[in-house]
Write a protein that binds this ligand. Sequence first.
Ligand SMILES: Cc1cc2nc3c(=O)[nH]c(=O)nc-3n(C[C@H](O)[C@H](O)[C@H](O)COP(=O)(O)O)c2cc1C
Length: 165
Amino acid sequence: MNEILRTIHDRRSVRAFRPDSVEKEKVDAILDAGRWAPSGKNTQPWRFVVVESASQRTELAKLVPQKNMVGSAPVTLAILLDRQAGYDELKDAQGIGACAQNILLAVHALGLGACWIGRARDREIETLLGARENEELMMLIPIGYPAETPSVRERRPLSELVRRI
Ligand SMILES: Cc1cc2nc3c(=O)[nH]c(=O)nc-3n(C[C@H](O)[C@H](O)[C@H](O)COP(=O)(O)O)c2cc1C
């Protein structure tokens, strides 16, 4: 199978991480994959905050239900939407989704694991992240070397999903 298609198929949400730190080059490559996502009118409305210091990771973990996941991840990326850069609520959100999926695929391709946490528009977390006035939290993505091999969450067959006209 083609390498990209294999990566899409094999990626799983990883929710437990080894304590090993993630190399800066890998974090940069992951952010770069996010940067290259498509966006409406190429507005690129995503902004990233890399939470990697022990103190901030601990504080962030206190603010989410997924305390173990965020607490154990050596890095958590926060994706913010810059409302000034964007132009349309729905299309901005679509672009952010594309950005997040690029990030998850890059994570997997680099031998790391991650999980999309749909924690959005949380004032306390935005304050911790130092979000600017025009920036809104869209999601958190804890990243690290996997400490688990997640089982496959099955998908509906195409026959249930597709209509041809
Ligand atoms: C919009 C969105 C929000 C999600 N939020 C959470 C979350 O808050 N906590 C969590 O453990 N997983 C979350 N996930 C991960 C999904 O549970 C996971 O992708 C799904 O069960 C399929 O499993 P897989 O990613 O291993 O294939 C989220 C995924 C998406 C796309």
